[in-house]
Design a protein around this ligand. Structure first.
Ligand SMILES: *Cc1c(COP(=O)(O)O)cnc(C)c1O
Length: 429
């Protein structure tokens, strides 16, 4: 690898996925062209087709009113079914195991109603220390709701002293040592802060061998890394669609429920009419009969305008293929690491990447710990058009994503970073 514009442009011209960038709106930066957008892990960019698709729904609503439920170009009643096939591909699920619905944190609560079943002794939940706060709040409030003590019933997994990421063997050891107390294991597929991709297959398998229920929050894994939730034997999972999936702000989430639960009609659940058997839903019977699929967890008729943009993005995922996206994602990640290390050496400013280097243990994201006046450096690169994500106290998260980021983006970022260091850091050392 080489830190030069020529090298980056050569990589881009050899990239088999290069044409996908033009399918997105890249936000401008002043008058100097596009910004360097590295926050597809927070809010994915807008596919150009999204507007057209949303306008079509508005037109159909104007022209058809309530008839749109059955007569719209994409009829609204079964609208969520438009997403099922691609979501199943992206999660490695059977199509009966996934559904686009709701919002992520609410979905986690609904899934926990079914899958967190504490008994007097087996009542603890295992999660990562420093999990995404919403997950932490959800888990603690579920424990409290069931009469438990959130301070003692949540087992938080901490990295070893001096380390930033969890080791698979340490996670499994905790599960084995404390299996008699544990009711549920719920981790994130990719940790939002460090960018660590967990060995979901191995951890799920170990937990299932111990008879534990396993759920994954795949908010940062979905559309980022290929998944095999069915084959891994995962019990349930949920994600959001506005990060790597580019569904737009607050876009509808999705859930996975393994088929082993689809006929367990005695599973506790908070039911709604959209989860009821489609054959006689509109006969409005008194008794709830769950659909024999993940759709049973639905509550309401789908929010069409809130989902439509996702169609435009999933078409691109379908065309590109998640396996191809993974290859380019790893290449971009590797180049970004290379450029950061190069700048660190050239400038003599230490920069520590806390995301694991092993390809099996990361997705697109690179999490970088900056030197002591890191915020000034972050502000300086932001001013030059780098859109990255600052997390207190000293971490920048950057995700070059294969659908629309380029090697040149990474080169340009490196160039901006080097200049910014000369201005902000070296002055103080
Ligand atoms: C992004 C993210 C969320 C956000 O939750 P919403 O309910 O969509 O606001 C929750 N958990 C994790 C792990 C996330 O990465």
């Amino acid at each position: 690898m080489d830190f030069s514009l020529k090298y980056a442009q050569e990589r881009d011209s050899a990239d088999p996925l290069k044409e996908f960038r033009s399918a997105f709106h890249i936000p401008p930066h002043g008058n100097n062209g596009s910004c360097i957008y590295f926050t597809g892990n927070s809010l994915g960019l807008q596919p150009k087709k999204a507007k057209e698709y949303i306008l079509e729904e508005l037109e159909d609503w104007a022209a058809l009113g309530v008839e749109g439920h059955t007569q719209a170009r994409r009829p609204w009643m079964p609208y969520h079914e438009n997403f099922t096939q691609t979501l199943a591909q992206l999660t490695g699920a059977k199509s009966s195991e996934v559904v686009a619905m709701g919002t992520l944190t609410a979905n986690l609560h609904f899934l926990l109603v079914s899958f967190y079943r504490p008994s007097t002794h087996k009542r603890k939940i295992v999660c990562e220390a420093k999990a995404f706060p919403s997950d932490q709040y959800a888990l603690k409030s579920q424990i409290a709701f069931h009469g438990g003590n959130p301070e003692t019933d949540l087992i938080e997994l901490h990295p070893r002293p001096g380390e930033h990421c969890l080791r698979t063997e340490d996670i499994i050891e905790t599960l084995q040592a404390r299996q008699d107390e544990i009711a549920l294991v719920m981790l994130s597929g990719v940790n939002y802060y460090t960018g660590q991709l967990f060995d979901m297959a191995k951890i799920t398998s170990a937990a299932k061998k111990l008879g534990l229920v396993v759920g994954w929050d795949i908010a940062h894994a979905m559309g980022n890394v290929p998944l095999q939730l069915h084959d891994w034997g995962v019990d349930f999972a949920a994600w959001c669609s506005y990060k790597y999936l580019n569904g737009g702000p607050g876009c509808v989430s999705g859930i996975f429920v393994h088929e082993r639960y689809h006929k367990q009609n005695d599973l506790p659940r908070f039911a709604g009419w959209w989860g009821h058997d489609k054959e006689n839903r509109f006969a409005m019977p008194d008794t709830f009969v769950p659909i024999a699929s993940a759709e049973a967890w639905q509550h309401s008729n789908p929010p069409i305008l809130g989902m439509t943009a996702l169609l435009a993005s999933l078409e691109l995922f379908e065309k590109a293929g998640i396996e191809n996206l993974r290859i380019k994602g790893l290449e971009l990640h590797a180049y970004l690491r290379f450029v950061i290390n190069e700048i660190s050496q050239r400038t003599g400013v230490p920069m520590q990447i806390i995301t694991p280097e092993n390809e099996q243990a990361h997705g697109c994201q690179v999490s970088l710990v900056l030197p002591s006046n890191g915020k000034a450096l972050f502000d300086a690169i932001t001013e030059k058009g780098v859109i990255a994500d600052w997390r207190e106290p000293d971490v920048i998260r950057m995700a070059p994503v294969p659908l629309y980021n380029s090697f040149e983006d990474i080169y340009t970022f490196g160039h901006i970073l080097e200049k910014a260091i000369e201005k902000t850091v070296n002055r103080h050392v």
